[in-house]
Design a protein around this ligand. Sequence first.
Ligand code: SAH
Ligand code: SF4
Ligand code: F3S
Length: 455
Amino acid sequence: MAKLFIQSYGCAMNFSDSEIVASILKKEGYSLTNNLEESDLILLNTCSIREKAEETIRKRLKNFNNLKRRKPSLIIGILGCMAERLKDKLLNEEKIVDIVAGPDSYRDLPNLVKKVKNDDEKSVNTILSLEETYENIEPVRINTNGITAFISIMRGCDNMCSFCVVPFTRGRERSRNPKSIVDEAKNLFNKGYKEITLLGQNVDSYKWSKETNNKKKLEKFSDINEIIKFSDLLEMTAKINPDLRVRFSTSHPKDITTDVLNVIKNYENVCNYIHLPAQSGNSRILKKMNRTYDREWYLNKVDDIKTIIGKDCGISSDFITGFCSETEDEHGDTLTLMDNVIYDYSYMFYYSERPGTLAQRKYEDDIPLDTKKRRLDEIIKKQNTHSLKRNKLTIDNTYKVLVEGYSKKSDDFLKGRTSENKVVIFPKKNGVIGNYVDVKIRDCNSATLFGDYVR
Ligand code: SAH
Ligand code: SF4
Ligand code: F3S
């Protein structure tokens, strides 16, 4: 059997797509390998979100020079966002690459591979689609723990945040048939999985109807009952079984609805955790970023979450420091927003200008790198103290933890997560991987809770 080595970079959507790719290529006789030396086809599923992400891929490609010299029949392909952004230019820039395939062209991979193999020609397909592309493909789970899995519910993004390359690399927003999503979730549960994460760049704008899944036509659609919204989908997956935990990512603050918050409140198995990227705490910068909400709107959403779900609900964010023209005072607004919310966790970055985005065309990338980095350090420091503060609140409380595996450091300890998405480590004694256990928290640091098995 031919061997496929596939490596994913970037967001969860890419990791999920790689499982679709593995499924498509399995039908062509490819089995997965983690050993580069024995691989016949190497695919890198790439990310373009920041310049650094692309540099990482280019460095990785250099590692393959020796392999290819030793085995000239080895085929190397670039998938994902970098493939879509650079298209056939990538073949000139990186001579080692044989295949360039964008996120909507994975069904064409068997042909692209054949072209390289049989005709000794490089192959490219970066055509984006207006329709959901992969809904009836059963993904081959990669490096799975057999307990948690991703399910893609939509593709693309229509939001056009001015800093962001994703709308260009992933194309227009489209939602997947809810029946195929629920079937995939049921199937996973029947195989022993206990947690699914519904994935999309902006899950709250999920929208599907029987007549059409074309969003433009949907807006004219009159019978509201026929439309499945994200809150409906969330409820449909929650009802599969109380033992199946449901998570989702990512929510855009402008789109998350009270209906969604109520579903989280009403179903114990819908996890009390929301990733709600703010990006900045300053309204002028948010406007420039084209996020379409301001500081006040954002803080009101956080209030809604705390009122409806409760103060314990896990909340995390993404932040960008040093966006075009950001002043010290405006950066200070991000710090005070953090003080207001006290996030459990944040993903933090300094601004990286991306070719073709609105910000690159319209605004000057004028904040010096050392200022961007210093501001980033400041928010990271603040987040660390807040994470510790939030984690300390859990001490002496008991949580229902889904056991996902052994602790990285020792097989005498198990690792799991609470509904609020906090990682818990506890002695192995009675816990069984894949089960729910009650753990009483004894201690913590800013990243992890430590506890003891109760029941
Ligand atoms: N769809 C998600 C974000 C996906 S990208 C959302 O809207 O929240 C993940 C994160 O990368 C973003 O939230 C943002 O914080 C960061 N990011 C995106 N473009 C960036 C850029 N040009 N420079 C630095 N960080 C960026
Ligand atoms: Fe990018 Fe904004 Fe879309 Fe998120 S919502 S993927 S940040 S354009
Ligand atoms: Fe990166 Fe593409 Fe995801 S740019 S963050 S892999 S959608």
